[in-house]
Design a protein around this ligand. Structure first.
Ligand SMILES: O=P(O)(O)OC[C@H]1O[C@](O)(COP(=O)(O)O)[C@@H](O)[C@@H]1O
Ligand SMILES: [Mg+2]
Ligand SMILES: [Mg+2]
Length: 342
């Protein structure tokens, strides 16, 4: 891992105040927003950590707008983020994977200038089997003059994000954050209940020998995707001349965190299983925040054809193909797709 272990203990609050004071990267409202999201993640970490003791495992018996069965913890996490963020005065509206439409700030509370969009619990298929899950969030500015934001207010390209982050609820709980000036990692100290800074300026190595993809979809892949993976699987006997290893947690947060930590490429391509779907992962609250973090750490993130952060969103829950991680691998697989599309 290439980053800077830091002497002494700098809490998330102090880190944000210093970013505000010394670098002017954020104002008081954005600082409050991030602290409130971190506090909600701490509460989600506790709920997830209770496992069967908390009575929140299993299905909620309801479906979200994507037609997916919601897990109880999907709903609990969504509620925790809503409750924490509604009354602080830093937001104009919120949107979530688990809610069809944007959630307006109730009239009894003051409104702020930011929009928060999030995946309250990522990796839902892993909740009941005690594998790492997480929360992903993205922060945008509310367009000027908009008093009652609706879906169109959120449809801004990822380049407009002012902050992005994720929490992983694994053996430890970590929060990874970017304000557009590098990527920083905080680890939840369960004794003190705060998030001290544990790594700053995380960098993703440009080359890697590790890839992450759900191989069971292989027969549905398009030709450039097959070509790229066939070459990796051929290893030193093939055109790449070296061996590659595979990992797939099936929690995007955990797979991406591994890449932030030691490099790699994460892929969820478009496939022909359902040609009407341009991919599985959602642009606004999975691909965009992760793309901002990965790029800020020196990696790359594309749809196979274009930079994810340049995609003009057309719907709150739209899906995109995702290729992200170590720069040279992302550029290679993107070149294969562009060649095939030419
Ligand atoms: O089940 P598959 O096809 O491997 O897909 C796994 C992917 O789906 C996701 O679980 C989708 O996210 P949600 O759990 O938030 O719906 C990603 O975290 C993960 O990368
Ligand atoms: Mg998700
Ligand atoms: Mg989710």
């Amino acid at each position: 891992m290439s980053s800077t272990p830091l002497p002494g203990r700098i809490s998330l609050s102090r880190f944000l105040i210093e970013q505000q004071r010394e670098k002017g990267h954020l104002n008081a409202d954005l600082r409050l927003l991030i602290e409130v999201v971190a506090r909600a993640c701490k509460r989600i970490s506790i709920a997830v950590g209770k496992g069967a003791l908390g009575g929140a495992l299993g299905s909620a018996g309801t479906q979200n707008v994507q037609g997916e069965t919601q897990k109880k913890l999907d709903v609990v996490s969504n509620e925790l983020l809503l409750e924490a963020n509604e009354w602080g005065g830093h937001l104009a509206a919120l949107a979530s994977e688990e809610m069809d439409d944007p959630h307006p700030i109730p009239h009894r509370y003051p409104k702020g200038e930011y929009l928060l969009v999030f995946d309250p619990l990522d990796g839902s298929s892993n909740i009941d089997v005690n594998i790492s899950v997480g929360t992903i969030f993205s922060v945008l500015r509310c367009p000027d003059g908009i008093k009652d934001p609706d879906e169109s207010s959120f449809l801004q390209p990822g380049t407009r994000q002012v902050a992005a982050g994720y929490a992983v609820y694994g053996s430890s709980t970590v929060l990874v954050l970017t304000l557009g000036d590098g990527v920083h990692q905080f680890t939840l100290d369960r004794e003190y209940g705060d998030f001290p800074l544990t790594q700053s300026d995380l960098r993703i190595p440009e080359d890697t020998s590790e890839f992450a993809i759900n191989m069971s979809n292989m027969r549905h892949w398009e030709a450039p995707m097959r070509r790229y993976i066939d070459e990796l699987l051929a290893g030193r006997t093939g055109p790449r001349g070296r061996d590659f290893n595979m990992r797939w947690v099936a929690s995007m947060v955990a797979d991406v965190h591994r890449i932030l930590t030691r490099g790699g490429i994460f892929i969820y391509p478009r496939d022909l299983k359902d040609p009407s779907k341009p991919g599985k992962l959602r642009l606004m609250y999975e691909a965009n925040p992760m793309a901002m973090i990965v790029e800020q750490a020196g990696g790359a993130a594309t749809t196979g054809l274009e930079r994810i952060l340049d995609v003009q969103p057309t719907a709150l829950h739209q899906r995109v193909p995702v290729f992200l991680g170590s720069k040279n691998e992302v550029e290679r697989v993107t070149a294969y797709h562009r060649e095939a599309a030419a």
